[in-house]
Design a protein around this ligand. Structure first.
Ligand SMILES: C[S@@+](CC[C@H](N)C(=O)[O-])C[C@H]1O[C@@H](n2cnc3c(N)ncnc32)[C@H](O)[C@@H]1O
Length: 210
C-alpha cells in the first residue's frame, strides 16, 4: 500500500515533466454524458483532475467545480487555466491524496474520469467514497481504461481490467441507484506522440434517486 508521499512524489514528478497543454481539453465521454444526462449545472467534484480539462469545461457550462488532485503542480495549472478561461470563481482546486482523505460535502455531479495510478491504492474505496459524495438526484460518472493502449504504463501480460458490471458491483450501491450507462464502448485514442489505437473503456453513469 502506498503512502500519501508516494502518490504526491510520483505525480509531482509526472506533471513537472509533462507538457502543460496535455489534458487541458475535456474528455469527450464526459462531455457527451453531461450534455445528455446532466444538462442543468450545479455543484461538481472532479477526482484526479490533472490539468483540469474536465473541471474547466464544466465551469464554462456553469458548474461550480471542486477540482481535486494529489499534485500541487497540476492544481496550479488548473488555477491558471481557469483564470485564462474566465471561470476562476467557479473552479476550486483542492489538494487531497484520495487514498487517505476525501473532500467534504455532497455534489450534484462526481466525475472520476481516468482516475488511474500505477501506485497501489484502494481504488474501490475511493470510488465508494465518490458514490457517497453524490447528492440526491445527482450523477456519478466513472470512465476508465478497459484495455491497454500501446503507449500505456499499464502494459504487461498480467494486466486484467474489470468489466463495467464488475466495477458497478464493487461500488456496493443500494436500490436507490440507477445505472443510466454501464458499458464498454470502443474508441480511437491518441497517444502522447500523436499515435492512434483502438481502445475500449468502461463508462458508468449512475444516478442516485435518494
Ligand atoms: C491518468 S490521470 C487523469 C487526469 C484527468 N482526470 C484526465 O482525464 O486527464 C490520473 C490523475 O489522478 C491523480 N491521482 C492519482 N492518484 C491520486 C491520489 N491518490 N489522490 C488524488 N489524485 C490522484 C493524478 O495526479 C492524475 O492527475
Amino acid at each position: 500500500m502506498s503512502t500519501g508521499s508516494d502518490s504526491a512524489a510520483f505525480w509531482e514528478n509526472h506533471y513537472s515533466r509533462l507538457d502543460e497543454q496535455w489534458g487541458t481539453r475535456p474528455n469527450a465521454v464526459l462531455e457527451d454524458l453531461v450534455t445528455a444526462l446532466a444538462p442543468t449545472p450545479g455543484t461538481a467534484l472532479d477526482l484526479g483532475c490533472g490539468h483540469g480539462g474536465d473541471a474547466i469545461w464544466l465551469a464554462t457550462r456553469g458548474w461550480d467545480v471542486t477540482a481535486v488532485d494529489v499534485s500541487a503542480t497540476a492544481l496550479r495549472r488548473v488555477a491558471t487555466g481557469a483564470r485564462t478561461s474566465g471561470v476562476a470563481e467557479r473552479v476550486h482546486p483542492a489538494r487531497h491524496d484520495l487514498a487517505h482523505d476525501f473532500p467534504e460535502g455532497r455534489f450534484d455531479l462526481v466525475n472520476a474520469s481516468y482516475f488511474h495510478t500505477p501506485l497501489e491504492i484502494s481504488r474501490e474505496k475511493v470510488l465508494r467514497r465518490a458514490a457517497a459524495a453524490v447528492a440526491t438526484g445527482g450523477l456519478l460518472i466513472i470512465v476508465e481504461h478497459a484495455s491497454v493502449a500501446p503507449w500505456s504504463w499499464q502494459t504487461g501480460e498480467d494486466v486484467r481490467f474489470p468489466r463495467p458490471d464488475e466495477v458497478l458491483a464493487s461500488l456496493e450501491l443500494d436500490d436507490s441507484w440507477t445505472a443510466e450507462r454501464c458499458h464498454a464502448p470502443q474508441r480511437t485514442a491518441t497517444g502522447p506522440q500523436g499515435q492512434t489505437a483502438t481502445v475500449s473503456e468502461n463508462v458508468l453513469a449512475l444516478r442516485r434517486a435518494s
